[in-house]
Design a protein around this ligand. Structure first.
Ligand code: GDP
Ligand code: MG
Length: 204
């Protein structure tokens, strides 16, 4: 049987750790060097509990796209998003909130599948500019948005983030295919307009 394919996109200000998180996911490694120009797709085969074997197309963005239409295209093609900031940068946190509003302009409300990510949580408290509770509160203010703090450097919560993104993408695909075949009834939206929660994916 063909493995299902899911598309996830990593967004965020330059230097927050998008490429470091991507490298952790696809190769299990971390390098302290910084190349801001890398923007690439990775096809990563994975087997995830409650999802099973799948191929995940990860887009590690660099924010260098010359045309806004390119960005629109990959936002509309992606099934889930990590919006990443760095816990030592208030500025990157503000940019994360802006990116959320960009996604909302492109994606229909019932296809929003987002994890807000505070990366570099290995950094000492005196470097921290965004508290965990501020991050969690910002995610609560966004619809269908989960929250997690990660460290690509120390490999903290990176697997959890990846699995969450894939689960959200899978749920998104399932609910959109059901709404194309509404006769089976399962795609019905709840009264509050949210999708019915699928079993198996724990909310972070
Ligand atoms: P990008 O521009 O968002 O792709 O950022 P990069 O992944 O290139 O990372 C920018 C810099 O932050 C690099 O020097 C990384 O080594 C560093 N970095 C990335 N993730 C972490 C992390 O979790 N902890 C720490 N301390 N540094 C990190
Ligand atoms: Mg990068």
């Amino acid at each position: 049987m063909m493995r299902p394919e899911y598309k996830v996109t990593l967004l965020g200000a330059g230097g927050v750790g998008k490429s470091a998180i991507t490298l952790r996911i696809v190769s299990g490694t971390f390098t302290p060097t910084y190349n801001p120009t890398i923007e690439d797709y990775y096809r990563h085969e994975a087997s995830i509990s409650n999802v099973g074997p799948c191929v995940v197309e990860i887009l590690d963005t660099a924010g260098t796209e010359q045309f806004a239409s390119m960005r629109q295209l990959y936002i509309s093609n992606s099934q889930s998003f990590a919006i990443i900031y760095s816990i030592d940068s208030q500025e990157s946190f503000e940019e994360a909130k802006q990116i959320y509003t960009d996604i909302v302009e492109i994606k229909p409300a019932n296809e929003l599948a987002i994890v807000l990510v505070g990366n570099k949580c290995d950094m000492s408290n005196d470097k921290r500019e965004v508290s965990t509770s501020e991050g969690a509160q910002a995610a609560k203010n966004m619809s269908n948005c989960h929250f997690i703090e990660t460290s690509a450097k120390e490999n903290t919560n990176v697997t959890q983030l990846f699995e969450k993104l894939v689960c959200l993408a899978r749920d998104n695909v399932q609910s959109s295919s059901r709404s194309k075949h509404p006769s089976n009834g399962k795609g019905k939206k709840k009264k509050d307009g949210s999708r019915p929660r699928k079993s198996g994916c724990t909310i972070l």
